[in-house]
Design a binder for this molecule. Structure first.
Ligand SMILES: C[S@@+](CC[C@H](N)C(=O)[O-])C[C@H]1O[C@@H](n2cnc3c(N)ncnc32)[C@H](O)[C@@H]1O
Length: 363
């Protein structure tokens, strides 16, 4: 049996090789966490966008292209080289963002864009003091209490996955829904945030009418702006409303994108959705693709999602003082049971992506 010293350090034999390997893993993680700030800066200052397709650039050229200060840009570039995001040619003192890396870092419209991840991190790290308190008291940290980086970052994080799969894969996997949307259907997008899911659907189905609801006013205002920019304001509207009391009825499709687990009363939300569905209507519940079994989440996506649950999802639900704070990996069975209790007895896993699982739910 392992014993401990009074200071808590194990006194038994420790495998020094394993210590060394684990130390290396933790240092690599620390390096990635530190470098994440530079990735966020590169995204938000337009450095990656300015390097995309530009070929080799000196730090001075990149500074001129972005209107930034060369000394900072050079320091940032050297950190990018250390992380192998950018290549460096000493003979010409130039830096280059390979096209394949630009596809991941430079263009928010692409389905492979992943820089949004790092905007979320800014908000997550800023939450640490509130979380320390919450761990002691059991109180929540409300969605609206976070820095604005969380709202923009969450939208940027999920948008590429929705761009890739929502219209071509997820909606087509729901029985008869695409036909209704093509003819002209009524859709509610609940907990819509910045509404990228709403506008993606609206673009694809011009005969349908879409209403986005979220209880967070700044997100609703951002969603209105994005829909207007895309020329969709005539058939897409966004309103401040909770998932438990959003207005309207007779919806052919009610969607919950990555939000049901953030709601303190997910059962109340699904009960309300059941009342608001048209005959034969469908609920689409999109949830993070993380397992209720902690051992199955030992992969990069599972790791990121479960950590986000500690920082954002669980505290958000707890702050609503509802009957259930699910966390983002409560698992299919838990959510299926909540849906069943709300009168939504038909349940099917319709589609899956590395980040999400998509459930088709109905009466
Ligand atoms: C993780 S974000 C997802 C936002 C958006 N659906 C997306 O996929 O980008 C969760 C959203 O749920 C909203 N939310 C949380 N609790 C809510 C409630 N009770 N009623 C309405 N919206 C809620 C938050 O304001 C936030 O916009």
């Amino acid at each position: 049996m392992a014993t401990s010293t009074s200071a808590g350090a194990p006194s038994g034999a420790v495998d020094q090789e394993r210590v060394q390997r684990f130390l290396e893993k933790v240092i690599a993680d620390g390096g990635a966490a530190m470098a994440g700030l530079c990735t966020s800066l590169g995204d938000r200052l337009g450095l990656y966008a300015a390097m995309a397709g530009a070929g080799p650039l000196t730090s001075a050229r990149l500074a001129a292209r972005t209107g930034l200060v060369e000394r900072y840009v050079r320091e940032w570039l050297d950190a990018q080289v250390a992380g192998e995001y950018v290549t460096y040619t000493p003979e010409t003192d130039t830096y280059q963002l390979p096209d394949e890396h630009a596809a991941v870092l430079a263009d928010p419209d692409r389905s492979t864009y992943a820089a949004g991840f790092f905007t979320v991190l800014q908000a997550v790290y800023a939450t640490e003091d509130s979380l320390r308190e919450a761990f002691r008291t059991g109180e929540g940290v409300g969605w609206e209490e976070h820095s604005p980086a969380l709202f923009a970052g969450t939208a940027k994080f999920f948008r590429p996955g929705y761009t890739a799969a929502l219209v071509p894969e997820w909606l087509t996997a729901l029985d008869g829904v695409v036909e209704k949307l093509e003819r002209g259907a009524r859709v509610a997008d609940v907990g819509c945030g910045y509404g990228y899911s709403t506008t993606l659907m609206a673009r694809a189905f011009p005969r349908s009418y879409f209403r986005g609801f979220d209880f967070h006013r700044p997100s609703v205002e951002a969603a209105r702006g994005i829909a207007a920019e895309r020329g969709l304001a005539d058939r897409v509207s966004f309103d401040v409303a909770t998932a438990q009391d959003f207005p309207g009825e007779g919806f052919d499709l009610i969607t919950f994108f990555d939000c049901l687990h953030d709601i303190g009363d997910p059962g109340g939300a699904l009960l309300h959705a059941e009342h608001a569905l048209a005959d034969g209507g469908t609920c689409m519940i999109v949830e993070p693709n993380a397992s209720a079994n902690a051992q199955e989440n030992t992969n990069p996506v599972g790791r990121a999602l479960t950590a986000a649950s500690v920082a954002v999802c669980l505290p958000s639900a707890l702050a609503q003082h509802g009957p259930q704070a699910l966390g983002n990996h409560a698992g299919e069975e838990a959510i299926r049971q909540i849906a069943d209790d709300a009168g939504l007895h038909h349940w099917r896993l319709a589609a899956e992506s590395p980040v999400n699982r998509v459930y088709a739910v109905g009466r």
